[in-house]
Design a protein around this ligand. Structure first.
Ligand SMILES: [Zn+2]
Length: 146
């Protein structure tokens, strides 16, 4: 169940199906703009002790910082920490996203931090289907079981 003002959203990774929590907010909201305006007014009175038109420049800088922070926070929360799958990168460059997942899975095999961790629920591809995929030359396999 999700509430409209809830910042984080429970979901599952599209690749390894592990439960995750991601930030829903991609851009700043009206509350962030009000907070930026308040911060710029406080900054104005702290520096100049009176009204100064440069407060608008400070407001724009504060709003830009808020936007960049919210954007980076959302972008970092989208990437799966278990398998390294990045859905945003997958939409633009699927091969690069597959390489990143493969690098993360290789790192998981070697790193002792993951020795006692719960194994990932990776999609299983039978040997027959893998053969069909490799003869068509359409896809690359990241992992294969069976
Ligand atoms: Zn994942």
């Amino acid at each position: 169940m999700s509430f409209p003002f809830q910042h984080k959203h429970n979901c599952y990774c599209a690749f390894c199906r592990s439960p995750r929590r991601i930030y829903r907010k991609k851009n700043i909201s009206f509350a962030n703009i009000l907070a930026s305006a308040l911060a710029s007014v406080v900054f104005m009175f702290a520096i100049w002790q009176q009204y100064d038109p440069r407060v608008f420049i400070v407001f724009v800088v504060c709003a830009a910082f808020a936007e960049v922070f919210v954007k980076i926070r959302w972008r970092l929360s989208v990437v799966c920490r278990q398998c390294g799958f990045d859905p945003v990168l997958y939409l633009k460059h699927p091969e690069v996203a597959a390489e990143k997942v493969k690098a993360q899975l290789d790192l998981r095999k070697v790193d002792t931090k993951y020795m006692l961790a719960k194994p990932l629920n990776l999609p299983a591809i039978s040997a027959k289907k893998a053969e069909a995929l490799s003869t068509k030359g359409k896809g690359k396999l990241l992992s294969r079981t069976l």
